[in-house]
Design a protein around this ligand. Structure first.
Ligand SMILES: Cc1cc2nc3c(=O)[nH]c(=O)nc-3n(C[C@H](O)[C@H](O)[C@H](O)COP(=O)(O)O)c2cc1C
Length: 163
């Protein structure tokens, strides 16, 4: 129940892999909106994300073993809603959410230029959790560009922000 768990900071997770689709192999640069995520170890620095088994992003991260957590400002609310309803199997979400793709420093994965900071992660473990899978990522590179009001999800299309 999002109203009870929340508000939760909303991030955009980026990933990349070749997927087979309608008999053709296509490289997908994807973005998924994620509210279920957290740090789980300090040394080594590990970060976990819960991804639904039906998501294109599940297939991509399961295969590529890499993802980037893009921390975003409140003003990217519409982009978060777009990336949280479209599937990367059928949509180029960088184009549709009007976000700029940049290359990661240490892994073969896109990241989002408009983000306020990043965690580049290499998957070290996958934990089955009901209809989601928890990907535990070892942070291979981190960057914080500076504080801005953040985006927090309250449920549905309701969000709050920090000052
Ligand atoms: C605010 C918000 C938070 C979300 N949080 C999660 C999440 O933590 N895990 C998840 O698997 N899906 C989450 N979703 C749903 C996915 O973003 C959505 O199903 C998306 O279209 C999946 O894209 P994909 O199929 O390209 O991977 C969230 C959606 C929104 C709008």
């Amino acid at each position: 129940m999002p109203e009870l768990f929340g508000p939760r900071q909303t991030v955009l997770v980026t990933c990349r892999e070749e997927l087979e689709f309608m008999g053709k192999t296509k490289e997908i640069h994807n973005i998924i909106t994620v509210a279920w995520h957290m740090p789980v170890s300090q040394s080594p620095l590990l970060y976990a994300i819960a991804i639904g088994k039906t998501r294109a992003s599940y297939e991509i991260i399961n295969k590529s073993k890499g993802f980037v957590v893009n921390f975003i400002p409140f003003e990217l609310k519409e982009a978060a809603l777009t990336c949280g309803k479209l599937s990367g199997r059928h949509h180029d979400k960088f184009a549709e959410a009007k976000l700029t793709m940049e290359e990661s420093n240490h892994i073969d994965c896109p990241k989002i230029k408009e983000a306020i900071g990043y965690l580049e992660c290499h998957v070290i473990e996958e934990i089955e959790a009901g209809d989601h899978v928890i990907f535990v990522g070892e942070v291979t590179h981190e960057q914080f560009k500076g504080e801005r009001p953040r985006l927090f999800h309250c449920g549905g299309s309701e969000f709050k922000t920090t000052k």
